[in-house]
Design a protein around this ligand. Structure first.
Ligand SMILES: Nc1ncnc2c1ncn2[C@@H]1O[C@H](COP(=O)(O)OP(=O)(O)OP(=O)(O)O)[C@@H](O)[C@H]1O
Length: 390
């Protein structure tokens, strides 16, 4: 566990304790091996009532195994408590589960599927209301096998909601769903949490977790290595926001140096000079090394400087300092650290959703428009999900 004052060690904090003073979900030193493979190596966590807890981590880190441990669908060593009791002793009416892998019969309509699940409980929600909530009302009479991937996932989410659970486990709920569908599912999750439902979510979509989760746990090699609000994790592990200025005029070494000097002398930011320039921009390779801004020359030959640690409200002062020094600013781009940066820092792996979206959120620091990396809901297409690997 990360020993960071801003990042709690798996505790629930004030908001995480239910009326009885106990967390709704608790795992203490949970271990699970499949033969030689260690899936969980001492996982600890505690999640409170009405909390949305997002679990993230690389493929094979143990996310699904932890969901299985918490839902009593696999035997583990250690202590697991759900609503104060062992997972297999919890009243099923109080738990909703959307497994990562869920394959209902194709010749049931969406309505029949949800109604079937409703019939398993004494006090289920109204089927039409649940279909409406997940955005499936107009497709409710279509056979499951004719639904799109996103519609299918919505139907599956509906089956997990229909018993009006107190605890909702969603293992990759939005995989394969288009942006409109994702928004519907996000709304459903927020409404559930607002009504006091504890939501335990695993997702590869970092933007989704960042926006939805009250707290995030990062699991690596079977242990939770950091827990905290997205903001606290980003503050602790995400690095600093970066401002990139593309300077007007020829990419001469003195332009870059003037810009760097202006930033250093005219602003309070502790920028580091970390870049190099191409020969095309005036051969300023010797600039690297000192603390300050990173001066580079981009492929088009324009001078670009990069300043780290600039908050959004500090952009104007930096631009003013540079222009006051007689250096024109052609464009500015600003990026703030996101959960993806935390993921990179703590797992050593760059977060890269597979498929067409791959790499689209990578920041070169030289884009002409302001940007925030937390804006996208990148997701991993279903075809790459690891569930097929075992
Ligand atoms: N039933 C099983 N039999 C054998 N090994 C398993 C089984 N379930 C999981 N494992 C292994 O345990 C480890 C953790 O798997 P788990 O599915 O929990 O990871 P995950 O974080 O959910 O991965 P992904 O993001 O790919 O879904 C992996 O090495 C996996 O291969």
């Amino acid at each position: 566990m990360e020993n960071d004052p801003d990042v709690d060690g798996g505790g629930v904090g004030d908001q995480g304790v239910d009326g009885a003073g106990d967390p709704v979900l608790r795992a203490d030193d949970v271990r699970k091996s499949y033969g030689e493979v260690t899936a969980l190596s001492g996982a600890d966590l505690a999640v409170g009532r009405g909390e949305v807890f997002g679990l993230i981590g690389p493929n094979g880190a143990g996310k699904t195994t932890l969901v299985r441990a918490l839902t009593g669908t696999t035997a583990v060593e250690g202590t697991v408590r759900v609503l104060g009791t062992a997972p297999d002793a919890v009243d099923p009416e109080r738990v909703g589960l959307l497994p990562q892998s869920f394959d209902p019969p194709g010749r049931l309509t969406a309505r029949e599927l949800v109604a079937y699940y409703a019939g398993l409980y004494d006090d289920a929600r109204d089927v039409e209301a649940v279909l409406e909530a997940v955005g499936l009302a107009s497709d409710a009479d279509a056979w499951y096998e004719t639904l799109s991937g996103g519609q299918r996932r919505r139907a599956c989410v509906a089956t997990a909601l229909v018993n009006d659970p107190d605890v909702l486990f969603l293992d990759e709920p939005t995989t394969g769903i288009d942006p409109a569908g994702r928004r519907d599912i996000h709304r459903v999750i927020r409404e559930a949490a607002a009504a006091g439902v504890t939501v335990f979510l695993t997702s590869h979509a970092m933007g989704e977790v960042e926006r939805l989760a009250d707290r995030v746990g990062l699991i690596r090699e079977g242990s939770i290595v950091a827990v905290g609000s997205p903001e606290s994790l980003i503050a602790a592990h995400g690095g600093e926001p970066t401002l990139t200025l593309r300077l007007e005029g020829a990419a001469e070494r003195d332009v870059v140096e003037s810009g760097v000097k202006a930033v250093r002398s005219g602003t309070p930011y502790d920028a580091r000079r970390a870049g190099t320039t191409t020969a095309r921009g005036g051969g300023a390779a010797g600039m690297a090394g000192a603390a300050g801004a990173a001066g580079t020359t981009d492929a088009a030959g324009a001078a670009t400087i990069e300043i780290t640690g600039v908050p959004l409200e500090g952009i104007g002062a930096v631009v003013d300092a540079v222009t006051d020094a007689g250096v024109g600013v052609e464009s500015a781009s600003w990026s703030e650290p996101s959960l993806e940066d935390v993921y990179l820092e703590l797992t050593g792996e760059a977060y890269r959703p597979a498929g067409p979206e791959s790499g689209t959120e990578a920041s070169t620091g030289a884009t002409p428009e302001p940007e925030t990396k937390a804006g996208g809901d990148s997701e991993r297409p279903e075809s790459t999900a690891a569930e097929g690997s075992r």
